[in-house]
Design a protein around this ligand. Sequence first.
Ligand SMILES: [Cu+2]
Length: 130
Amino acid sequence: MLWAAATLVALVALYFGSRTLIGERDASVAPNPTFNLIIAAPRPDEAMTVLPAKQNETVTLRIRSDRAGEVHVHGYDQNVVVAAGSEVVLTFVAKDSGIYPIHLHERANPADPESPIVHRQLAVLEVKAQ
Ligand SMILES: [Cu+2]
């Protein structure tokens, strides 16, 4: 019976050890995730960057932008207006699990306030069920 308990302890240690190795976020260290989003010239690889969170965590997006627009977390309907060359913070509770696109809504032609609004994907928020 003792060997079984010892094996279990070893497996638990291995499990938590491997969790640390793959860099999973430790909820006891950082209970509420904060992400920095820098909006500048578009890069092709950035749009699918996954920002990981867990259900019911308070998510904070710290957004710095070189252009005017509105950052929108689709599905959560969270918006924040950002002016060119400024930094804003958007905080909300991730109540629902799922994958949510984070967009910058900006004028197709920044010099023309009548030009259509385009949606540029900045990243995706992935909320995992607790
Ligand atoms: Cu959008």
